[in-house]
Design a protein around this ligand. Sequence first.
Ligand code: MG
Length: 161
Amino acid sequence: MEDFRIGNGYDVHALAPGLTLMLGGVRIDSPVGCVAHSDGDVAIHALCDALLGALALGDIGKHFPDSSDEFRGIDSKILLSRTMALVRQEGYTVGNADITIALQAPKLATYIPAMREALSGIMEIPVSAVSVKATTTERLGFVGRGEGCEVYAVALLHRRR
Ligand code: MG
C-alpha cells in the first residue's frame, strides 16, 4: 500500500532590467530578471511550495525566510535540495511534478529540456516525471505587460505504508 500526497505552489516575482533571469535552475538569456532576495528562480520557488504543501509543512518563506542573510542571493537549487531533504525525512519520494511558467518574453521553449534535466536531477526522479510548460498571457495583466513572472506548480508525493 502507498500513501499519496498532492501539493500545489504559486509564486510571482517582479521583473526589472539588468538582473539575471533564472528559471527552473537554468540561466535564461533575457534583458530582464526577477527582483528577489534569492536568485529569484520563481519556478523553483513554486515547486518548493508544492512539495512543502503536499506535506502540510508550510511554505518556502517559513523554511527559508527572505529576512535572513543566509538566503541572500542564494541559488534556488539549494532551496530545492533542502526542501527535498524534508520530503525524504517524511519518508516520501516525488512521483511527478508539473510546472507552468507564465512569462510574456523571452520565449522559453528552447530552455525547457535543460530545466527538466536540472529539476529531475535535484529531485532524483526521471526526467519523464518532470513537466515544465511555458505560456504567455496574451499581453493581458501584469505578466502580459512584462512586469512580472508567475509560476504554478503541482507535485505528487508517495511513500510505502
Ligand atoms: Mg519567490
